[in-house]
Design a protein around this ligand. Structure first.
Ligand SMILES: C[C@H](O)[C@H](O)[C@H]1CNC2=NC(N)=NC(=O)C2=N1
Length: 119
């Protein structure tokens, strides 16, 4: 592990409860999502709050993510209030954090950046 990875691989990432049978590089991949994403209270998922400049942008984000959910057959626990979208990724079966959660979190980050977050 590089020093840079070690720096972002903080206390929280070591507490993650991973789903069974995940590839050995998943912890490093998830570490790259921290500290933008946070460990869920259950320790079985990751969460991030996105703030956009308008409800229209927030809803566009949700629409694009929803389309990818259909592709990946993987769905978030999320909520929306005006221009804010709070997203949690976790896997129910097998329970814990999985590759799909990391992929969908990465997709959320890319999509939010394309739409543009609030300055
Ligand atoms: C059959 C179908 O793929 C499964 O029920 C999927 C659907 N979406 C899912 N989404 C999430 N977040 N976790 C799951 O375990 C899950 N399972």
């Amino acid at each position: 592990m590089t020093e840079a990875t070690e720096f972002i691989n903080n206390e929280d990432t070591r507490e993650i409860i991973f789903a069974a049978n995940q590839s050995t590089d998943l912890p490093d991949r998830v570490a790259k999502l921290f500290p933008t994403w946070h460990l869920s209270a259950s320790k079985k998922g990751i969460t991030r709050q996105f703030t956009f400049s308008s409800f229209t942008k927030a809803f566009k984000f949700m629409t694009l993510v929803a389309e990818q959910c259909k592709v990946k057959k993987h769905h978030p626990s999320w909520s929306n209030m005006y221009n804010q979208v709070t997203v949690e990724w976790t896997t129910h079966r097998p329970e814990g954090l999985s590759l799909k959660d990391a992929e969908m979190a990465e997709f959320c980050d890319l999509t939010a950046n394309e739409i543009g977050l609030k300055e």
